[in-house]
Design a protein around this ligand. Sequence first.
Ligand SMILES: [Fe+2]
Ligand SMILES: [Fe+2]
Length: 444
Amino acid sequence: MSKPHVLIVDDEEEIRDILSFFVESTHPCEVSMACDGVEAIELLTQKNIDLIICDYNMPHKNGGDVYKHILESGLTCKYVMCSSETPQSFSEFQDGRSMFGYIQKPNIMNGIKEVFQRYKLSTDQIINQTQSEIQSYYPISTRLLVSLNNIPVNIFLKLSDGKYVKVFSEGSVFDETDFLKYESKGILQLFALNFSTDILVQKVQKIIENISKGVGKNNKAQAIVEIQDLILSILKDYGFHDGLASVVEAQISETIKLCEHDRTLEMLLNKMLKIKGSYISRHSFMLAAVTVALANKVGWNSETTSQKLVMSSLFHDVFLKEDILNEVSFLESKNMDDDFISHPLKAAQLLDKIPKVPPDTGRIVLEQHEVGEDGGFPRAIAVSETTPLGQLFTFSHYLVDAILELSTNNEFSKSALEQKMQKVAARSSRYKKFLVLLNELKLY
Ligand SMILES: [Fe+2]
Ligand SMILES: [Fe+2]
């Protein structure tokens, strides 16, 4: 905060000098001086005076006139009377409404001390009030901070309600080690002060541009997963932002191209297993590849169908908690909480807000876990009650998590995978047909 501007008004030069000496030695401030009421009013009009210490009896307009001028002009300047007489002796000060303080001559030193103690207290309160009014802390996930490379704003840690401490400065790097350090303390979210999502979206757009520019044919899958991590973090924390529309569109068309480019699904999945990224992004991306391949095999190969399937795949788990590392095994552990149960609905609602999403995409997302009465949710309906694309999606979803689970545990073999898939195919006649077609895709 800048130093307060204090105006000292007295017709005696000696008193002006004593006052200014005491004022400057009590509190850092800028001091102006006037020798009478007329000059004081002039200065009050020209400058932003925070506090005025004013004598009463002066030749050209007295202290009462200055006080009246302040009230009538609506100035916020704090008025301190400095006189050998008390304020009560003068009619202008009877109500004392805007009188901030009183210094009784000749006891100037103590009077000034008291006035500035009160002044400091009142401005501290104003600062605190203003800070709580204008400062807002926005959550920012630590996963997103890692993806951002250089962080675009100062980052704070929340200590308790209303208490934050700065932990990273704008421009510094938040890396995987930092992520793990905070994760070990159960912290997956830090805070940015007074920033707008526009800044973040612009930064994300830039990173995506750079990733896309530097991509050769061989690491396209890696780039898509990195971009997916960024898009999901933003969507999860801040919802859909117009600035993301083109990024989402490009991501979908690049994913479709890649799914159609690789000669076999096996090749594509093998490639995907090797790439780095969060479980959600890898799982979503592999799901896109499987659904597109299987839909082509079924003969559902219109452009809109691919778009629906890729869109559903990429965004169906946007609200899934980061600590879930395999949905199918998580489901089998029957540890579902409200967050988990609501993630399909929340994702479907988000898709509603994204422009150009083909119709029924939300329905596929809603049905993502409806794999039959006993194992499905949230409605736990029979597979036959879900839509054909929903069935293809849930079947493919099961396949992807089976592959990921077996690979993570180093138990992957074609027979182990087939066994798992036969078990799920037993749930529905449509699943059985999908299994036959999957076999033709020579995944195992
Ligand atoms: Fe999923
Ligand atoms: Fe899910």
